[in-house]
Design a protein around this ligand. Structure first.
Ligand SMILES: Nc1ncnc2c1ncn2[C@@H]1O[C@H](COP(=O)(O)OP(=O)(O)O)[C@@H](O)[C@H]1O
Ligand SMILES: [Mg+2]
Length: 280
């Protein structure tokens, strides 16, 4: 019996942006069907890691995705970029946003075969299925600009899922959601991960809403990363080593992790509405 090929395999990778090394010695694996978080303070290079997985940015070392060099198999990846908000006056329906995932060119590359004669009914059926899966049936016909942030995010997740990807890359999908919606969307992504058997890599700046769903984490800080189970990685000892400075991980009475110390509070990020944090 051979083990299933990892969905993502990163070995000793390093990336340079703007003439400097953003991070190096990064290694991480994602197995089929796993839910993995990419954590770390703002500006550390989480979105950059996602772009490396998409082959949009070159990295040294080894970066293999779906058994091929990064960028080769992007049609098998569902990608939700870091938050873009819809103008309140935008009239395009939620359903059409989802349909773009089927026949749109999300990376500026037209998808072959997508609009071939005869695929329309298949497309409609799959679109209805993912709209149902994310619980958006009640509002999918309304203009996207009129919907709440949580509703928009569910439709964007549906868009990323519609072509049955083997890997879902979600860049801060919980950002800008209120706490109940963060928890609901986290639960939804976890359910999708298991029901659709898709590996999920989710960038997050607060681990708490997703903590109980996670198989593994990749924690980026101080120009490098550690990866492993949350229990292995999110500890005072591991994070202190990673940051090169004393870090304390506290557990609150309701089970939330709070990371204290370091150049920027990297774990218990509290208020999701503190604004201005993102390198967009
Ligand atoms: N193409 C680029 N050229 C120059 N700097 C970049 C480029 N892309 C990202 N950066 C910089 O790299 C850093 C990390 O960005 P990013 O990956 O967006 O961080 P994060 O997602 O962790 O907040 C930021 O300082 C950002 O300004
Ligand atoms: Mg980012």
């Amino acid at each position: 019996m051979h083990r299933p090929e990892p969905v993502v395999s990163v070995r000793d990778a390093a990336v340079r942006v703007g003439g400097r090394t953003l991070w190096s010695q990064v290694s991480a694996d994602v197995a089929p069907g796993e839910f993995v978080a990419v954590l770390g303070p703002n500006g550390v290079g989480k979105s950059t890691l996602v772009k490396v997985l998409l082959g949009e940015l070159p990295a040294s070392g080894t970066v293999r995705v779906l058994g091929a060099p990064a960028g080769r198999d992007n049609h098998r990846i569902g990608y939700l970029p870091q938050r873009r908000s819809f103008d309140a006056s935008l009239r395009i329906r939620g359903l059409d946003i989802v349909r773009l995932g089927w026949d749109g060119d999300r990376w500026g590359v037209p998808l072959p075969f997508a609009s071939r004669f005869g695929s329309r009914r298949r497309a409609d059926a799959r679109i209805a299925e993912v709209v149902e899966l994310v619980g958006a049936r009640g509002y999918a016909h309304r203009p996207i600009g009129e919907l709440s942030g949580g509703e928009q995010q569910r439709l964007l997740i549906a868009q990323a899922l519609v072509r049955r990807p083997a890997l879902l890359l979600l860049d801060e999908p919980l950002d800008s959601l209120d706490l109940p919606n963060q928890s609901a969307v986290a639960g939804l992504v976890s359910r999708i991960c298991h029901e659709e058997k898709v590996a999920v890599v989710m960038v997050a700046h607060d681990v708490n809403p997703i903590l109980r769903h996670l198989d593994r984490v990749v924690y980026l800080a101080h120009g490098s990363a550690v990866s492993g189970t949350p229990e292995e990685v999110i500890t005072s000892a591991t994070l202190s080593r990673l940051y090169g400075t004393p870090i304390e991980v506290l557990t609150t009475s309701d089970g939330r992790l709070v990371v204290v110390g370091g150049p920027e509070n990297p774990g218990g990020h509290g208020d999701p509405h503190d604004g201005g944090r993102d390198a967009r």
